[in-house]
Design a protein around this ligand. Sequence first.
Ligand code: KG4
Ligand code: ZN
Length: 360
Amino acid sequence: MILALETSCDDTAAALLDLDGKVILSRIASQIDFHKAFGGVVPEIASRQHLKVLPLLVKHLLEESQTSLKDLTAIAVTQAPGLIGSVLVGVSYAKAMAWSLDIPLVPVDHLEGHLLAPFLDHPDLEFPYLALIASGGHTHLLLAQGLGDYELLGKTLDDALGEAYDKTAKMLGFPYPGGPLIEQLAEHCPNPGIAFPIPLKGKKTLNFSFSGLKTAVRNQAIKWEILVEKKELIDYHRFIQEVNKEKLLLIADVAASFQQVVEKIVSQRIQQALKQFPVQRIVLTGGVAANQGLRRVLNELAEKKGAGFFAPSPHYCTDNAAMIGYTAHCYLKASPQGYPLDLFMNAASKSPLSRLESKE
Ligand code: KG4
Ligand code: ZN
């Protein structure tokens, strides 16, 4: 059995997978309550929390699945990219465990974990596929040709898509993570009325840019007097109960219009990429892939193009250890000669995939 650990950002996660790469149990301890008030993840708080929670999470995981340490055949761990203090906690823990049990240690690129996550729910998925990884830290459009064979076609030139969601939510007064809240707010406005500008419009590029959109949201919020600059952020459920209808409609319009333009941007980029790289499968993954609107739009696009659409189920879109374990499983399977226990392997804030440059 593979024990997988993920501590790259603000979620402490552990999972157990069998030797076929099937998830036996996957658990996540969210730190959101510790970061909420700050409107984003505080690195120092994150690493201290991982240190406290990881040993307990692993203990519970093993107990709940009635697994003994002797049943473990490999340890998989996120090695990069991420907040260095946070990644370091997972990597140090994984090294100690692998060494004491004398079993292989598989370092995993967190972005590759997201890239392969759709296989957890769709074993029928095959290479090659066009994949958009959209998370809080990355927006990468890739052509995945095979395991470890990935070409970067485009990426964000400034903010990541998840970051744009989080910043929009923050400007409207809502805590981190803002993506799910923007999605819920947007439901209150079925006919969005603001024409936010499309970044990089008319340019022949597969890159993304979201910082101008952020400014446009800010200007709109100032105009409608709904910009929240104070540090105290609103609890969403309390807000929905207490807000007057008129104000809710304005906020919901900003959220829905933002979401509408994001759907347009993503769908246009995927169409452009398909023209250059006509593959049969489209993948949306990373935290933002939990967004139902984006999933629907890309599903429709895929149908129109006669292609397949694949996204992980929402709990495997956001950070989790199952995708780390699955990635490790693929590499273990591809290395019948055995995997080394490399105690010199170290945590890093950047990874080969996060460093990739597009050819544009
Ligand atoms: O992949 P992830 O869990 O962590 C990183 O690796 O960054 O992604 C987190 C990001 C956050 O920015 C969060 O707001 C966004 O994913 N997110 C969403 C939704 N759920 C999470 N964005 C839009 N709609 C959602 N339903
Ligand atoms: Zn992630």
